[in-house]
Ligand binder design. Structure first.
Ligand SMILES: *Cc1c(COP(=O)(O)O)cnc(C)c1O
Length: 389
C-alpha cells in the first residue's frame, strides 16, 4: 500500500462552517446575497480593520473589479509584480491594458521598490509604449503570505500619484508593522480558493477604506442594476457576488483563522528546525516588522552547495513517497502568454523560481506528516552530498 498522501495545502474546516450552511438552507437564503454575505463582510472588516469589504466570487474577480473601478482602459499600462500567480495579472488583459512586470527584491521576494521606480519612469518618459503614459495602477503582491515592502511602495505610489491594488490573496492574517495586509493600498484583494489559508471552496473579497469604491464593486458585481423597478442599466456589469451558502463557510472559517495562522507558522518552524542546517537549504526569514501567515513554507535549494541536488530532485523524490510539493510561481515575464510584455529588474524572481520549492503546508498536517517530509528531504540531500564526496 502506498503511504498516505500529503497534500500541499488542503481545506481545513472548523466546528461551525456546516452550522452556517445549514442556517442558509433553513432560511432558504440560497442566493448570491444574504445575511451570511453581510456577516462575512463584517467579519473581514473586524479582522483586518478595513472600513469596507465586498465578498465576491473569486480573488481574480476582485482584481478585475478594482481595475474597472480605477477606470482602466484598453492601451493603459498597469505595473504588476512579475513573481506571482496568473490571477494577479489576467484581469489586466481582460481590459485590453498592458501589464508592465517588475522583479522582486531578495528580502521579502516581493516587488522591488527600485525596479518599480524604474518602471514608473520608463512609462512616464514614453520608453514603454512610445508615448508618455502614467501607469493606471500598481499591483504589489504579498507572496506566500510575506508582506511586501509597503512603506517604500506606498511612498512611490504617492510620489507619482498612482493608485495601488494590493494583492493579499495569499496574505490574510499577515501584517506589516501591525497593520493587516490588504489595507495599505487604495484597494486590497483577498482569495478564499480551496488552497488558501481559509476557504469558501471558491471566493474572494475586495477591501477598501474608501466607501464609494466598495459600493461600486457591489454594484458592478450584481450586473450593474440601476435603481428602478424594472431592469435598467447604464453600465456594463458582472456576475461576481459571493453565494450566501459559501459565505456561511467563510463565517465559520473566520472563527478559526488565528488558529490557522498559528498552525501554518508552526509548520514553517518545524521545517526550518529540521532542515535549516543542511548545506544549500535555506528559508525566507521575516525582516523586522514583517509578520507572515506562512501560507506556504518555501525552501531554496542551492545545487552548488547540496552536492548537485536540485529542487526538482527533491520534488520528484517526495512525489514518489506520495508527498505533494511544488516549484515556486514561475514569473509572469517568463510565461509564454506574456512574452511580449515589458519587464523591469534583474533575475531575482527567475532565480527564486529555479531554486525554490513549496513544501506541504496545510494547517491540518500532523507532526508525523511533517516528520515524514523532513526525513525524506534529508535522505535525498544526504545522498547528494555522499555522491559528491
Ligand atoms: C489565489 C490567488 C489569486 C486569485 O484568487 P482566486 O480566488 O483563485 O481567483 C490572485 N493572486 C494571488 C497571488 C493568488 O495566490
Amino acid at each position: 500500500m502506498p503511504p498516505t498522501k500529503i497534500w500541499l495545502s488542503s481545506p481545513h474546516m472548523g466546528a461551525n462552517e456546516l452550522k452556517y450552511v445549514q442556517d442558509a438552507f433553513a432560511t432558504n437564503w440560497i442566493a448570491p446575497l444574504g445575511p451570511h454575505v453581510d456577516g462575512f463582510e463584517q467579519d473581514l472588516q473586524n479582522f483586518t480593520g478595513v472600513k469596507h469589504a465586498a465578498a465576491l466570487s473569486s480573488g481574480t474577480a476582485a482584481i478585475h473589479l478594482a481595475l474597472v473601478i480605477l477606470g482602466v482602459q484598453p492601451g493603459d499600462l498597469v505595473i504588476c509584480q512579475s513573481f506571482t500567480f496568473s490571477g494577479s495579472v489576467n484581469p489586466i488583459a481582460y481590459l485590453g491594458a498592458t501589464p508592465v512586470f517588475v522583479d522582486s527584491e531578495k528580502e521579502t521576494w516581493n516587488i522591488c521598490p527600485q525596479a518599480l521606480e524604474e518602471a514608473i519612469l520608463a512609462c512616464e518618459s514614453g520608453k514603454v509604449s512610445g508615448k508618455k503614459q502614467k501607469p493606471a495602477a500598481i499591483i504589489p503582491v504579498h507572496l506566500y503570505g510575506m508582506p511586501a515592502k509597503m512603506q517604500e511602495i506606498m511612498a512611490l505610489a504617492r510620489k507619482y500619484d498612482i493608485p495601488v491594488i494590493e494583492d493579499a490573496a495569499e496574505a490574510l492574517g499577515s501584517t506589516f508593522k501591525g497593520k493587516a495586509c490588504g489595507t495599505f493600498g487604495d484597494m486590497g484583494v483577498l482569495s478564499f480558493n480551496g488552497n488558501k489559508i481559509i476557504t469558501t471552496s471558491g471566493g474572494g473579497a475586495l477591501l477598501s477604506d474608501t466607501e464609494w469604491m466598495v459600493k461600486k464593486a457591489k454594484f458592478l458585481a450584481t450586473q450593474a442594476r440601476d435603481e428602478a423597478p424594472h431592469y435598467q442599466h447604464t453600465h456594463i456589469g458582472y456576475n461576481y457576488r459571493m453565494s450566501n451558502v459559501l459565505a456561511g463557510i467563510g463565517r465559520g472559517q473566520m472563527e478559526v483563522l488565528p488558529e490557522r495562522v498559528a498552525q501554518r507558522r508552526r509548520n514553517f518552524d518545524y521545517y526550518k528546525r529540521g532542515l535549516g542546517n543542511l548545506s544549500g537549504i535555506s528559508f525566507l526569514e521575516e525582516p523586522e516588522g514583517f509578520h507572515s501567515n506562512r501560507w506556504l513554507t518555501c525552501m531554496l535549494v542551492d545545487p552548488e552547495k547540496t552536492g548537485g541536488i536540485t529542487r526538482e530532485d527533491i520534488r520528484k523524490y517526495l512525489w514518489e513517497d506520495n508527498i505533494e510539493s511544488r516549484p515556486l510561481w514561475k514569473p509572469m515575464h517568463l510565461q509564454p502568454v506574456f512574452k511580449n510584455a515589458p519587464y523591469y529588474g534583474g533575475k531575482v524572481a527567475e532565480k527564486l523560481f529555479e531554486n525554490g520549492l513549496c513544501l506541504p503546508s496545510g494547517s491540518n498536517l500532523r507532526e508525523e506528516d511533517l516528520e515524514r517530509v523532513v526525513s525524506k528531504i534529508k535522505e535525498v540531500c544526504l545522498k547528494g552530498l555522499k555522491v559528491n564526496a
